[in-house]
Write a protein of this length. Structure first.
Length: 170
């Protein structure tokens, strides 16, 4: 929590000269500052060739942030209208694949991380597979839930990494 306070304070101080008072207010209310509002403000200031700290800079910044907020809202509305109209059809089409989304994401991450950190990832991976197989064999299917495997994998990862580090294998 303290980290968020520090980040919030640093952002408020560092963005102030670039966004101006009005632009900073709008940015903090609407969000997405670093990815959208700040680049939009800086670009509009460069196009208008305003001087840093001038009233003109603050006005240009505030207008550009307001326009970007309006455009973002319009794009979301335009995207939501077809979604609202065809909600039943979209849900019907996507329902069969929804159980596979989380495993696919974790599978992609697992392969990428195992390839990069194979020494650290191999032990928890093998232990999780053993826990799943043994759990199925003895009829304890609750052990196969994703939340259980994530917790087991995290604990085993920490323990095995500490052991490998102390043995000098990392």
């Amino acid at each position: 929590m303290a980290g968020y306070w520090a980040i919030g304070l640093i952002e408020a101080i560092s963005y102030a000269p670039l966004l101006g008072t009005g632009g900073q207010y709008l940015s903090f209310i609407t969000g997405n500052i670093a990815n959208l509002k700040l680049p939009c403000s800086i670009n509009s200031q460069n196009i208008a060739k305003t001087k840093a700290g001038s009233e003109e800079q603050e006005i240009v910044s505030t207008i550009s942030i307001a326009v970007s907020s309006i455009v973002t809202t319009l794009i979301i509305v335009i995207g939501l209208i077809p979604l609202a109209i065809f909600q039943e059809q979209i849900v019907d089409v996507l329902m069969p694949i929804s159980p596979y989304v989380i495993p696919a994401v974790f599978g992609g991450l697992t392969i990428a991380l195992m390839a990069k950190y194979y020494k650290i990832a191999l032990i928890p991976f093998v232990v999780c597979i053993i826990v799943c197989v043994v759990g199925n064999l003895i009829g304890f299917t609750e052990v196969n839930s994703q939340s259980t495997m994530v917790i087991v994998g995290m604990v085993i990862s920490i323990i095995s990494t500490l052991i490998l580090y102390k043995l000098g294998k990392l």
